[in-house]
Design a protein around this ligand. Structure first.
Ligand code: NAD
Length: 296
């Protein structure tokens, strides 16, 4: 069993750290939020007062943080850098930027620190149940070692070299967000014509229009009106922007993707800062009246 530093104990990090504890690993956790650290201590982990204290004595470091800025801020801080033992395996499970992950790996490697990217899909429920899809990027040797830890979280899919996991994750969320947006528009159009949303979802889920949005997000968070998936709208928008930047860098056609980003950006500007990403459906519904007027 391994001593693992776990930094970022939010909606995803907390249940993931709990799965490591349940598997018998030692977890030394840190988060800037006190209540997040308290949750870890209650579950049997060690709550640390700084990231440097968390990495002390750990042979692997897992990061589950909002974005690349925060990941770099933590792992490249002089205190953490000084505390990382040679050969430590750093696993960035946040949804970060692929090119920045590659650059980070190149900064760490000369110090004998190994890096893999291993972002996830499957939401808070998947994190609780160990049913996440883990998209891993790194060398074969590092990924083979990471596998023993990553298997606690779900199914590991290797995407390629360092950064490929982060690329796969961003592209997955670009598709997921675009499906959610178009399903919101389609369900509204159906409703306008008198088709019950639940019936339309049943039909679509047995047909070719189905997606994670129609099978999971609509029945579980949107139709019940709870909008509480645990994945923030601003984090979804971050992932979409990473994906369209990637498409632009490799000169791939991305007009629909850019249009989707623009609509999600408008929603983000109008909704509260902590809005759940499923709120996009309610936002689309609220814009119906405006677009009806502008199309007359
Ligand atoms: P979250 O906001 O709930 O958690 C992030 C945590 O990081 C918070 O507890 C915050 O206090 C902590 N944090 C911020 N800055 C810090 C710092 N400098 N040092 C230590 N801790 C710090 O976010 P989340 O939903 O758990 O998502 C985490 C990552 O996983 C993101 O990159 C997100 O895009 C990705 N993700 C989320 C989901 C989901 O369903 N929520 C699913 C897949 C991937």
């Amino acid at each position: 069993m391994t001593t693992i530093a776990f930094i970022g104990l939010g909606n995803m990090g907390t249940p993931m750290a709990q799965r490591l504890l349940a598997a018998g690993h030692t977890v030394r956790g840190f988060d800037v939020a006190e209540q997040a650290k308290a949750r870890l201590a209650e579950a049997g982990g060690t709550s640390c007062s700084s990231p440097a204290e968390a990495v002390d004595g750990a042979s692997a470091v897992i990061l589950m943080l909002p974005n690349s800025d925060v990941v770099e801020g933590v792992i490249l801080s002089p205190e953490v850098n000084a505390g990382l033992a040679a050969n430590t395996l750093v696993i960035d499970m946040s949804s970060s930027e692929p090119l920045r992950s590659r650059a980070l790996e190149q900064r760490l490697r000369p110090k004998g620190i190994r890096f893999v990217d291993a972002p996830v899909s499957g939401g808070v429920k998947g994190a609780e149940n160990g049913a996440l899809t883990v998209m891993a990027g790194g060398t074969d040797e590092d990924l083979a070692e990471a596998d023993a830890i990553l298997a606690c979280f779900g199914t590991v899919k290797r995407a390629g070299q360092v950064g490929a996991g982060h690329a796969a994750k961003a592209l997955n969320n670009l598709m997921s967000a675009t499906h959610l947006l178009v399903s919101s528009e389609a369900i509204l159009a159906g409703q306008g014509f008198g088709v019950d949303p639940e019936l339309l979802l049943q039909i679509v889920n047995g047909s070719s229009g189905k997606s994670g949005s129609t099978e999971n997000k609509w029945p579980n968070f949107i139709l019940p009106g709870t909008y509480n998936s645990g994945f923030a709208l601003k984090l979804m928008l971050k992932d979409m922007k990473i994906a369209v930047d990637l498409a632009d860098q490799v000169h791939a056609a991305s007009r629909l993707s850019h249009a989707a980003v623009q609509l999600w950006e408008e929603a983000a500007a109008e909704l509260p800062n902590n809005a759940d990403h499923t709120e996009i459906a309610r936002w689309v519904a609220a814009t119906s009246q405006e677009s009806a007027v502008s199309h007359r």
